[in-house]
Design a protein around this ligand. Sequence first.
Ligand code: DGL
Length: 261
Amino acid sequence: MSIGVFDSGVGGLTVFKSISEKFQQVDMYYIGDTARVPYGNKSMDTVIKYSKELANFLISNFHVDLIVVACNTASSYAIDYLKNNLTIPVIGVVEPGATSAISITKNNKIGVIGTQATIKSNSYANILRALSKNGLNVYQKACPLLVPLVEEGKIDHKVTEIIVKEYLDEIVDEGVDTLILGCTHYPVLKPLIKKIYPQLNLVDSSEAIINYIEKIGINKFEKGIRNIYVTDESSSFEILKNMLIGDIPTFKIDLDSITKD
Ligand code: DGL
């Protein structure tokens, strides 16, 4: 069994890490599109094109059995395209995150934060409303500055605290009891968000996705391979990668090799 994980950059390693720890026997391949990150301010057509290229890279080179779309923006814009056009199972992070939030909320008030594209797509709001049997109130907020802050390593920093409050106070004031961290980078900020808003339940898709993978069925093998690829060299990728998953080597691939039809 092998799993291919892709993201626009480094943030998806939060998802790679949780799958890797849970399913140690599986071979895992990751590609971060460091040459074209960020996706969060790009159009749907562009995100679909990039997502297709990354999925094809993982399928044609490693014959993976499952694609995990770790990127929330790609999960919001490209998941239907990928599910309809690939011959292997595809799991995004939106549905697992939404399912987990519904099971946690007590007052049916759920907040969602993400990139501009994820919030504009309404992906979380739509699926939350579709899956919930009780009427839900969903409060969404795009938080574009949080990605560069995480990439700069400002994880527990007063600047980040000010920006988090600037973004979140308004939805927390609505009384949400559960907040979906709808972007790959935000789980890194969990301790800071919890410090500011201890009353909130934080939903981390990198954890929620595990149940979905379990449903697909994983066989036991020897300890699996772990390979990481990027489309451009990136020092912030290396720093965050080492922080998240340790010293697994990174291989750079030629972007032209995946963009040719
Ligand atoms: N990976 C993206 C996401 O989860 C965040 C970074 C980006 O904008 O590409 O939405």
